[in-house]
Write a protein that binds this ligand. Sequence first.
Ligand code: ZN
Length: 470
Amino acid sequence: MDDLIIAGGTVVGPDGRMRADVVVRDGKVIALGDAGGQQGQRIDATGHLVMPGGVDSHCHIEQLSGAGLMNADTFETATRSALRGGTTTTVSFAAQHPGMRLRDVVADYETRATRGAMGDYAFHVIVSDTSGANLTEDLPALLAAGHRSVKIFTVYDKVRVADEGILDILHTVRQGGGIVCVHAENDGMIRWMMRRLVDAGQVAPRFHAAAHPRLAEVEALSRICHFAEFIGQPVMLFHISCAEGLAVVRGARARGVPVVAETCPHYLFQTVDVLNGPDAAGFLCSPPQRLAADQAALWSGLETGDLAAVTSDHAPYRLDASGKFAHGTDAPFPKLANGQPGLEMRLPLMFDAMVTGGRLGPERFVDLTATAPARIFGLTGKGRIAPGQDADIVLWNPSRRVTLGKTLDGAGYNPWAGRQVTGWPDTVIRRGEVVVADGRVRARPGSGQRVVMAQSAAMAPRPPRHGLTD
Ligand SMILES: [Zn+2]
């Protein structure tokens, strides 16, 4: 195949930008610089910012939720949507429910992704059942096979793991090499609030926010940080939503606990007010949106690096009986499916704020949405444009104004519809192949490839505090 030359653009990385042509051969970047005299297929990138394809390290695809509901995307629909929004790599979940063997769960998700995915992918292995051979055989084998991220929940009946089990999981991952991601909210506080709210007849969607108090986040985040310190095992704290949650992360990092954390566009750009409108169900997520002051705190966390990544937490459910309203349109809020779609909108929203709006700038945009997630999860070859890296490249048109509308995912609605952004991913290239041009996605279902996670620096074990020999 001919070399591909992306000519005349400004290439942006996490540490700087330069005018350069990018030369691609066999799916990889082979050179950056002046490729003026070089033969090959040329793409004119004049006036564009040439950025690495997005890495979305937190999205739910073709997954059975903690409440037992299948979400609205297949690997095909989700990754098609992701590509159009400039995201070329996803890390979604292989979700174990109690009674399932971990190795079977991962094999099942791998089979489905192999068939449908258009973008490259990896999995977080959700562990909900630590019995039998799950921790003694399956998890060590999965870690060794490059499934080096484990996800646990401190909430939701079907998947919640109690403290002792969490310690076992942290210890097992420490021995095999990996990172443990956590949805950290206190289950008892949420249940206690839900019971009281429901008893008082306060069941409209807006009471979802009251049922997920800030202190529930603070309690569980603190506990997980102490567990990480106790076992000496790195953790990734998912979807930090509030100033107090960020303060926990900051404090733990300041005392040397191996903790990284992320937030999501809906915490940066939506407040709890979205739950007051008639479309509240479509905005429900956990933790809930908070206040404008929390948004300011989260931006400060992105600035200092205490928040290392911005992910979508894409969790698509249709606004009908197959999804949000499985228990009826008037169901009390505890019975409404949680989550909103976001794979396709994550990068345009962040680009508009960070690059167009000048908040932290293009280099930090690249870092938070591509480079850092690839680095943390050991996604070798992803997240940077440099010789030897996969040629996952997005040509951003910084002046294109777009009113956000219909997306390609399976949710059937876009929570960001009607919002205007400036800056758009005109052309998307995945391993050297143009997969999006003129708004059309041309990738073949099944052309995505699994990315094997390497052991990253963020996964390096620390000395434990329990005093026992490993
Ligand atoms: Zn999630």
